[in-house]
Design a protein around this ligand. Structure first.
Ligand SMILES: Cc1cc2nc3c(=O)[nH]c(=O)nc-3n(C[C@H](O)[C@H](O)[C@H](O)COP(=O)(O)O)c2cc1C
Length: 261
C-alpha cells in the first residue's frame, strides 16, 4: 500500500515542520511544564494578532485538587448529584489551562475579533507546548460556560471560556509511533479559493436587498392587488351603470308626469 508523504516531511523549516506535524494527544502522562516554563513559552504566544492591542485573553492553570473543583462544577452544571467518585474528565491530565476570551468595548474592534484573538492565542500555545515536547488536547464540552463553571473560573459577564488545554508528557512508545505515523495531510486546496465572479456578487447583492423569496412575494402581492383593483373597478362600473339606469328611469317617469299635466 502506498502512503502519501506526511505533511511535516515536506518542510525543512522547523516552525513549518512543527505546525504540519502537530496533533492532539488525548492520553497524556503525569509530567507537566511548571509555571516558569509556561511563562517562557508564552513569549512565543503573546505576539498573536491583536487588533488595537487590547490583549483580550487570559489563562488560568488548573492543577491538583482544583481539578476536583472543576469536576464538581461540571457535575453541578449537568445537574448531577455530587457522587462519591469525582468527575473523571478533568483528571485526564495533571495540568489544564483554561483559555478565557476577555473582550473590552472598543468602537473599532467588535467582540468577535477579540474572540478570534483569544482562539489564536490558544492555538499558538497548543503549538508552542507541542514544539516544546508536551502532549496537548484542547477540550470544551457543552457546559463550559454554564454558571457553575463560569463562577469557578471567576469569569466576568463579558468573558467567555474557550475551553481547556489538557497538558502532559507523551509516552515515549507513543511518540515513536507518532514519528512514523503516515497520517495523510488534509487536501489544502479545499481551504483556498478566490472571490466569486462579478455576476455572482451582483445576484447575491440583489438577493440581499430583495431576497429571492421576498421578490416572489412582492410579485404575488402585485398580481393580487391588480386583481382586487380590477374587481373593484368592475363593481364600481356596474354600480354606476345601475345608478345611471335608475336616474334615466326616474327622469323618464318625471317627463311622462309632466306631459300628462
Ligand atoms: C475550541 C475547540 C474545542 C474542542 N473541544 C473538544 C472536546 O471537547 N472534545 C474533543 O474530543 N475534541 C475537542 N476539540 C478537538 C480536539 O482538540 C482536536 O483538535 C481534534 O481531536 C482533532 O485532532 P488534531 O488536533 O490531532 O487534528 C476541540 C477543538 C477546539 C478548537
Amino acid at each position: 500500500m502506498s502512503h502519501p508523504q506526511p505533511a511535516a516531511a515536506r518542510f525543512d523549516d522547523p516552525v513549518l515542520a512543527a505546525m504540519a506535524a502537530r496533533r492532539s494527544i488525548s492520553k497524556v502522562g503525569p509530567q507537566t511544564p511548571n509555571d516558569d516554563e509556561l511563562l517562557t513559552l508564552l513569549d512565543a504566544v503573546t505576539p498573536v494578532a491583536d487588533h488595537k492591542a487590547l490583549r483580550p485573553w487570559r489563562l488560568l492553570t488548573i492543577r491538583g485538587d482544583d481539578r476536583l473543583r472543576l469536576g464538581a462544577a461540571l457535575d453541578a452544571a449537568a445537574g448531577r448529584e455530587p457522587g462519591d467518585k469525582p468527575n473523571p474528565k478533568p483528571l485526564r491530565a495533571e495540568l489544564l489551562i483554561a483559555v478565557i476570551a476577555s473582550p473590552t468595548e472598543h468602537p473599532k474592534v467588535p467582540v468577535w475579533e477579540q474572540h478570534a484573538t483569544a482562539a489564536g492565542a490558544a492555538h499558538l500555545l497548543e503549538l508552542a507546548l507541542w514544539q516544546a515536547g508536551w502532549g496537548v488536547m484542547w477540550r470544551t464540552g457543552l457546559d463550559a460556560n454554564a454558571p457553575a463553571v463560569r463562577a469557578l473560573h471567576g469569569l466576568n459577564e463579558n468573558e467567555l471560556l474557550m475551553g481547556w488545554l489538557y497538558v502532559g508528557d507523551i509516552d515515549p512508545a507513543f511518540r515513536k509511533r507518532l514519528e512514523t505515523s503516515r497520517r495523510p495531510p488534509k487536501d489544502p486546496s479545499q481551504f483556498l479559493s478566490t472571490l466569486p465572479g462579478p455576476e455572482a456578487v451582483a445576484a447575491e447583492s440583489a438577493d440581499a436587498v430583495h431576497p429571492a423569496g421576498e421578490r416572489a412575494d412582492e410579485k404575488a402581492a402585485t398580481t393580487a392587488a391588480k386583481k382586487t383593483a380590477k374587481k373593484a373597478a368592475k363593481k364600481a362600473a356596474k354600480k354606476a351603470e345601475e345608478q345611471a339606469k335608475k336616474s334615466a328611469q326616474k327622469a323618464r317617469k318625471k317627463a311622462k308626469k309632466k306631459d300628462r299635466r
